[in-house]
Design a protein around this ligand. Structure first.
Ligand SMILES: Cc1cc2nc3c(=O)[nH]c(=O)nc-3n(C[C@H](O)[C@H](O)[C@H](O)COP(=O)(O)OP(=O)(O)OC[C@H]3O[C@@H](n4cnc5c(N)ncnc54)[C@H](O)[C@@H]3O)c2cc1C
Length: 343
């Protein structure tokens, strides 16, 4: 679904990127076993193929052949996230109001009232979707998010300037214990670090070093530059992850629901706040998941048929945490799966 959304934008040059395939190196893999797995699962070659070291080294134009095989995902690729966001905001019907931090959210009659830092009302509306990553927790009352099992993780990417590269970067994006891709113009982007409970917003030389080491492990080479070199640039961001590694998408549980389960252990039966939705905790896959998450939220708001079966919708639903907590409180299993909430 992500491919269907992004590929036309890249192919029509509306956003920078490459959608002719992505390679995932498999250092512990064996070509024959990987081929047997693809065969056993009946996966079509349009979805995944197994490449020998020579094949993927040749596809990427690597100067030396590494010893292990790789997966080729012909439908994979990379996009420039900033360009995609600008493209999305330019669509008819979208009104973007940037540089306007939201300080509070309050229910007033049928409306959700959104207030700025100076107490000014920014908007009053019957339906609102919060997609402010971890900051969702600051906008909702603690009761709404206290069961969420989620944390923030700092990440830094490294951009190596073309002049510092001993030779051209990979011809297609490559992942596996890190990732690398060649940007238009020839600079190389690699990354990314992951550290929990880390609020440092500045780019760190130590993180550049880690990324260059990963690059070396991935491609068998890395540029000989000092981590403080001006040949390196970086960007820092935060991923908001849940313990179950799934996003949090859907209606917010009713704030006054106590006891929480009201007799049913089904996620969908739990009371929710009218008109208040979240789309957050996209973890490390926000770009990949965003088109589907957008459709899920649209279906919640419009009542159109959802793009996912009920079990998967419930696996993303913010109310799943409340159900899981109640099961634990009542001495049940802590384990939760998309279907375990069903009676
Ligand atoms: C180093 C790094 C590498 C990554 N690589 C990949 C990758 O290869 N593929 C992939 O799919 N994903 C990747 N991700 C993850 C991806 O970036 C996230 O999943 C995605 O950005 C999450 O989108 P979001 O809109 O939920 O949150 P964010 O992108 O964090 O956006 C939240 C927005 O809300 C705004 N906001 C917050 N609070 C308020 C407030 N009170 N008022 C107004 N605005 C507010 C923020 O300013 C921000 O603009 C990576 C992340 C990092 C850090």
């Amino acid at each position: 679904m992500a491919r269907q959304h992004y590929a036309p934008l890249v192919e029509s040059s509306r956003i920078p990127g490459q959608v002719q395939g992505l390679i995932r190196a498999e250092p512990d893999g064996q070509t024959a076993r990987m081929q047997a797995l693809v065969h056993a699962l009946g996966l079509p070659t349009e979805f995944v193929q197994v490449l020998t070291p020579q094949q993927w080294g040749g596809l990427l134009g690597l100067p030396q052949v590494l010893q292990y095989p790789a997966w080729l995902y012909p439908g994979g690729g990379w996009i420039d996230p900033g360009a995609w966001i600008r493209e999305a905001l330019s669509q008819p019907g979208v009104r973007f109001q940037g540089s306007t931090p939201v300080a509070r959210l309050q229910r007033l009659g049928q409306d959700w009232v959104v207030m700025g830092v100076d107490g000014r009302v920014l908007v009053a509306t019957q339906r609102i979707v919060l997609c402010t990553a971890a900051d969702v927790c600051a906008l909702l009352p603690p009761a709404a998010t206290r069961d969420w099992s989620a944390h923030r993780q700092r990440g830094q990417v490294t951009r190596v300037k073309l002049e510092a590269l001993p030779h051209a970067g990979p011809r297609a994006p490559v992942t596996g214990g890190g990732y690398a891709l060649t940007l238009p113009g020839g600079d190389l982007l690699c990354g990314a670090t992951s550290t929990r409970n880390d609020d440092e917003a500045h780019v760190r030389a130590a993180d550049h070093e880690q990324n260059l080491q990963r690059l070396h492990a991935l491609l068998g080479w890395s540029p000989q530059v000092h981590p403080t070199s001006p040949m390196l640039e970086g960007r820092v961001g935060w991923r908001f992850h849940t313990a179950d590694r799934l996003p949090i998408v859907g209606p917010v549980a009713a704030l006054d629901a106590s006891p929480p389960l009201g007799g049913s252990t089904r996620v969908r039966d739990q009371a929710h706040e009218p008109g208040l939705y979240v789309a957050t905790a996209l973890g490390s896959r926000g770009i990949s998941w965003a088109p589907l998450v957008g459709e899920v939220i649209a279906s919640w708001i419009t009542g159109q048929p959802p793009p996912l079966p009920t079990a998967l919708l419930e696996a993303l639903d913010p109310r799943r945490f409340r159900v899981k907590q109640a099961r634990m409180d009542s001495g049940g299993s802590a384990a939760w799966s998309p279907t375990s909430g069903h009676r």
